[in-house]
Design a protein. Structure first.
Lengths: 134, 88
């Protein structure tokens, strides 16, 4: 038990370095991937796992107050991140964002071929203009 | 040594946060912007957890929890607005 207490800060350091490395990989993927569907793969999962690793570092060294709050935040992130990511991907497919990855095959019923329009107007914009009376 | 690791990690993550903000501003697709904003918020949560761990103060984590729940609602609202035209 005594040795465990001595080793805890080093385990926390290793977890912090691991989390920052995973986050760096996620942001690099967000910058380099060609289209939204591959960017979702890189950014969402990697950054979320990096945050979980940093919270595990807090879990190893922290006091009871910190540990309870960290468990709560990690549980909230685990529940909400897949739902938010799925909503983003579904919205991108419904808006017809193009797949730009070489050799990508579209197995869904959405039309995802490349078009000229890069910035699509949100579908709510027309409704908002009607509401505002412009 | 642990202080050094936490200091370097904090500086590095602030750099990552700035890079992610630049990606969000410069992107041409609206959904990539929503995704980058979600990523920025998760990294802010991680930064708050790191800061509260290095200071030994738990109160920053309350702000992190609120930020997690609010970013979920904001992402759902933005993607529903962009796909279906209404939020609810």
């Amino acid at each position: 038990m005594d040795g465990m207490k001595d080793a805890a800060p080093y385990i926390a350091d290793a977890l912090v370095v691991l989390g920052v490395f995973i986050m760096t990989a996620g942001v690099y993927g967000l910058a380099r991937m060609p289209d939204i569907y591959t960017k979702i793969h890189a950014a969402s999962k990697a950054v979320f796992l990096g945050a979980i690793a940093l919270m595990a570092a807090s879990f190893v060294t922290g006091e009871p107050d910190i540990i309870f709050r960290v468990i709560l935040i990690a549980a909230a992130l685990i529940v909400t991140t897949p739902i938010a990511t799925h909503a983003i991907a579904k919205a991108a497919a419904e808006r017809g964002e193009a797949m730009r990855t070489p050799g990508a095959t579209n197995e869904s019923t959405y039309d995802l071929t490349e078009t000229e329009a890069t910035i699509l107007e949100p579908k709510g914009a027309a409704r908002l203009r009607d509401f505002l009376g412009e | 040594m642990h202080e050094t690791v936490f200091y370097i990690a904090t500086v590095w993550m602030v750099g990552l946060l700035s890079a992610c903000l630049v990606i969000m501003v410069r992107s041409r697709s609206a959904m990539v912007r929503v995704l980058a904003l979600d990523t920025v918020t998760i990294m802010l949560i991680a930064l708050l957890a790191l800061y509260s761990d290095s200071r030994g103060v738990p109160y920053y984590l309350d702000a992190a929890l609120v930020l997690a729940l609010l970013s979920f609602v904001a992402t759902i609202a933005a993607s529903r607005y962009h796909s279906e035209g209404k939020v609810f």
